[in-house]
Design a protein around this ligand. Structure first.
Ligand code: 4AD
Ligand code: MG
Length: 452
């Protein structure tokens, strides 16, 4: 408890309001919305922890308070004092405040985000203010829960959190998407595309580890599924093969999604309008397809497609990676998550193990989220054979010298091991039903946007 709270124990947060039913409390916040009806003023307040309606009756407040109420505007900083009462019809939280005192703490003029519809570019320019809205509030709170659920689930499964570095000397996921900067003596340094290679070292040290932090991709793509800075959780496990890691990812994704749904049912339904049935279906069994089977399914879907443009977009030949239209079509067809396995080795990164019986294929998998959301997890079994790994490093034109430390992991007690990466914003876009990843992070970084 802060000193201020000790001096004035009635200052509470809206999130905890139900503990104060029937009591007098003070809220510190901002005006969210206001309407009047003759001798009543309905003031909706947000304090960062939630939203609540406060009713002021002219007959029960001083003339000063009543006239102050007329001066308030959206985002005026206010403290209100009043009586907490339960009313299932009350907006937001089923409680409301019968106001008695009001303090106008900080003024506001011409708040740019009004109740009318604004375009996305305008809202993104005002992202520092947009995050005050109820919808953004819900999404960012769900994000915090997702982070907690991810950590809890992995911690409980015996994974140790070991942070990977962000500044690195080598590429992990292909050299075309590296953000570079310069190290002190003008050597190049790169922002990490993935913490995986370091997790492989950590897994050899601790058995099961994960990192969870920001990752960077200099992709010049403008799709709704790409950010240039995003958060990824990457578990890695020693003595685990492809089948094992698919099992791990299935359990993990189900547990995380169900934990979020349990804690945020109200926001998901009332604020974001999400269909919970879609989320409840994130539980085993997931649909399983090999890359070849997925290609056959896509051919069927293409044949049935009547729109010539969509038909064209669904065109794919063996050896190509899936694009958004392919993933979207597959995950509209099935109503559960889809695990696609054994992609062609040529579309996957250098570290991916080749299929023992068919070296055109890799021991890889992606998990596609239902409802058209597409890939949210990518992973696989790592090449543990030093000679094959060195060969792959060469084929990918990567520097053997820069990766010396990584290839050492195959020189000293090399074993079967596997892992995966889950993109936090992709998970949130799916869970919250967002049209674009940019709402899933407080300050998105995209091709056109480095501010605010
Ligand atoms: O499939 P990716 O590129 O795999 C890796 O980075 C591996 N090193 C992971 C591992 O095995 N440890 O990325 C993994 C996930 C994707 O499935 C997606 O959810 C997310 O990271 N992701 C992105 N999210 C937002 N914007 C982007 N540009 C993303 N690129 C990947
Ligand atoms: Mg991928």
């Amino acid at each position: 408890m802060t000193k201020q709270q000790q001096n004035n124990i009635s200052i509470v947060r809206i999130h905890d309001i139900e503990q104060y039913e029937g009591q007098e409390v003070t809220l510190q916040g901002w005006l969210y919305n206001q309407r009047s009806s003759g001798k009543l003023q309905f003031v909706q307040i947000r304090d960062g922890s939630g939203f609540i309606q406060c009713i002021f009756k002219q007959s029960q407040v001083s003339p000063q308070v009543w006239s102050m109420l007329q001066e308030l505007v959206q985002e005026s900083a206010i403290c209100v004092h009043g009586h907490v009462r339960k009313d299932p019809r009350a907006p937001f939280c089923g409680f409301e405040l019968l106001g008695s005192q009001l303090q106008h703490v900080g003024g506001t003029r011409d708040y740019p985000i009004t109740k009318k519809e604004h375009g996305h570019a305008f809202l993104l320019d005002h992202r520092h203010l947009w995050i005050r809205s109820r919808r953004q509030h819900a999404i960012l709170r769900i994000r915090a829960t997702a982070v907690r659920a991810i950590r809890d689930t992995l911690d409980k499964a015996g994974f140790l959190l070991v942070d990977s570095p962000i500044l690195t000397a080598n590429a992990c996921e292909g050299t075309s998407t590296l953000f570079s900067t310069s190290w002190f003596d003008d050597r190049p340094a790169y922002l990490s595309q993935s913490g995986q290679l370091y997790q492989e070292a950590c897994a050899m040290a601790f058995g099961k580890t994960y990192c969870f932090g920001p990752t960077f991709r200099a992709e010049k793509s403008k799709t709704r599924r790409h950010l240039n800075e995003f958060w990824m959780v990457e578990p890695e496990a020693a003595y685990m093969d492809l089948a094992g890691v698919i099992e791990l990812a299935t359990e993990f994704l189900s547990a995380v999604v169900q934990q979020i749904v349990q804690q945020h049912e109200r926001e998901l339904v009332q604020v974001l309008g999400r269909d919970l049935d879609i989320l409840h279906r994130v539980s085993r069994p997931f649909v399983r397809l090999t890359y070849d089977e997925a290609l056959a399914k896509l051919a069927q879907l293409r044949d049935k497609e009547s729109d010539p443009q969509l038909k064209q977009q669904l065109q794919i030949t063996w050896g190509m990676d899936f694009g958004s239209p392919h993933e979207t079509a597959l995950c509209h067809f099935f109503d559960r998550p889809i695990v696609v396995t054994h992609f062609p080795a040529q579309v996957k990164a250098f570290y991916m193990k080749k299929h023992p019986d068919d070296e055109r294929l890799s021991c890889s998998f992606d998990i596609l989220a239902p409802d058209g959301y597409g890939e949210i997890i990518g992973g696989g079994q790592r090449e543990e054979n030093i000679d094959l790994l060195l060969q792959s490093i060469k084929q990918h034109n990567l520097s053997e010298k820069q990766l010396q430390w990584y290839t050492d992991l195959r020189r000293y007690g090399s074993i079967t091991h596997s892992g995966f990466g889950l993109g936090l914003e992709r998970l949130l876009a799916f869970v919250c039903g967002l049209a674009h990843l940019r709402e899933a992070i407080a300050f998105p970084r995209t091709l056109e946007r480095l501010t605010p």
